[in-house]
Design a binder for this molecule. Structure first.
Ligand code: ZN
Length: 467
């Protein structure tokens, strides 16, 4: 038998055990909780991490715990070769589960259902079983492979900051917290907070409040505004025209003698704003067709709309439009807009191409916003790019091709993964390229066949990269 056949046989024979271990971890509700002594993210992540460590020990790996932020398991004590970075924390269970309850994992139709099954406990077990295969088959390694399990991936990755403050990054890292084939480019993240306070009182005809969006990385699907002194008759023609233009629908009612307008569009993730219909901007567009008549609130809303026109998701309104070959085009969406007595507050989320930097992106955006009379605070995290032609990436893709029969190629994404701030880190599986596992939603699942394939790919990758 050649090495691939041995690996396949090992994983096939241990699949039931891998599924059982995954389900055991999925029973633990490891949503982030308040800090406790020795449990930096609360009891759930602590328990999941320690259960996983028990498994690693049981299978004969040396484990090391970094203050319950992160723990790791080593294949040997040789020099560092490859790190595999996965996580034990999960997002909140949420509503809408139908197949089972979030923390009562079951196997049905060849899938494990349960919170964390695909993000990221199942993939973590694929990595652990890959390490078991290499170890128990006695494949010789000259370098170490280390499984690193974190507990704060979903809430800002402060766990691995703790770890990397102590330990050096391995020469190569992959995270089974994405999809196949392989993600080597992640756009930068550029967020801005726009504010403006108002001096005067409400006028006879004015905007009482405006509300759209609650989360900085989600395109708002709903928005509402309250107008004082304006009648529905003034909006009759313009709202139908605006609906046709934006595909956002409006409804009207009376509230405390004022005209209330509700807008309904559709949400999207901020990394793909073109997939949404931004209800806040559509509503701002509708209101912009009314006369300002000296209202500083209406004027502020109109100036905001000039910076973020409805339907424009390339950032051109704030002068950050750019694209390059590696990471494609910058996207930008204004996801929170609030106007009230307290003033104006708005936030955007842009995903910037690899060429964007402080000079050509941050500075012009800040200037554009200030030129409209607003105050601005920004936060910029540059893009993450790993050479798609390196031996490391080519080896991973070759392993992928061998066990899937599919073409292995690099992907660029707008979101950020666990490896965003590592020099030589990529996301590699464990979910198949065409599968939607309802990650972060109800009825999250992991396909058992895909787990087997991932474990085999990882085992061969460990051997090839550390032999
Ligand atoms: Zn994840």
């Amino acid at each position: 038998m050649d090495i691939s056949e041995k690996i396949s046989k090992f994983i096939d024979e241990h699949t039931d055990e891998m599924v059982r271990d995954t389900m055991k971890l999925c029973e633990v509700n490891s949503e982030k909780g308040p800090y406790e002594e020795g449990k930096p993210y609360g009891d759930g992540p602590f328990r999941a991490l320690n259960e996983a460590m028990d498994l690693c020990e049981k299978y004969g790996f040396d484990v090391k715990n970094y203050d319950n932020y992160v723990a790791c398991a080593d294949m040997n004590d040789k020099e560092s070769g490859l790190d595999i970075l996965a996580h034990m924390d999960v997002v909140a269970a949420g509503d809408g589960w139908t197949v089972t309850e979030a923390y009562k994992p079951i196997v049905k139709d060849g899938r494990i259902y349960g919170r964390g099954s695909s993000d990221d406990k199942g993939p973590a077990m694929c990595a652990l079983y890959a390490m078991r295969a290499v170890k128990e088959l006695g494949l010789p390694l000259s370098r170490n492979c280390r499984l690193i399990l974190g507990t704060d991936e979903e809430c800002g990755s402060s766990d691995i900051k703790h770890y990397y403050a102590i330990e050096k990054e391995a020469p190569m890292t992959f995270s089974p917290d994405g999809e196949f084939p392989l993600i080597n480019v992640e756009k930068g993240q550029f967020r801005g907070e726009i504010t403006k306070s108002f001096d005067g009182e409400l006028l006879e005809r004015d905007l009482v409040y405006f509300k759209g969006g609650t989360t900085v990385n989600i395109v708002p699907g709903k928005a509402q505004a309250l107008l004082k002194g304006f009648g529905l008759s003034e909006l009759k023609d313009i709202y139908e025209e605006t609906e046709a233009l934006t595909e956002v629908s409006f409804s009207f009612s009376e509230e405390e003698g004022c005209l209330k307008i509700m807008a309904e569009g559709s949400t999207a993730h901020a990394s793909t704003p073109e997939n949404g219909k931004n209800a806040a901007l559509a509503l701002a567009l509708l209101i912009s067709k009314l006369p300002e008549e000296g209202s500083e609130r209406l004027s502020a809303l109109n100036r905001l709309l000039e910076l973020f026109p409805y339907g424009v998701t390339d950032g051109s309104g704030i002068n950050i439009k750019m694209s390059d070959e590696i990471s494609h085009a910058t996207t930008c969406s204004l996801d929170i807009v609030e106007i009230s007595d307290g003033g104006l507050f708005a936030k955007w989320d842009a995903r910037t191409c690899a060429a964007s930097n402080e000079e050509n992106c941050v500075a012009p955006a800040e200037k554009a916003v200030r030129d409209k009379g607003f105050d601005i605070k920004t936060d910029f995290l540059p893009a993450h790019v790993v050479d798609g032609d390196s031996d490391f990436v080519r080896t991973l893709l070759a392993c992928y091709e061998k066990y899937t029969g599919k073409k292995g190629e690099c992907l660029a994404i707008g979101g950020g993964t666990y490896v965003h701030e590592l020099k030589n880190g990529v996301a590699f599986g464990a979910v198949g390229d065409t599968t939607d596992t309802h990650m972060h939603g109800a009825d999250e699942f992991m396909i058992i066949e895909e787990m087997k394939t991932a474990a085999k790919i990882y085992a061969e990758a460990i051997y090839e990269l550390c032999k």
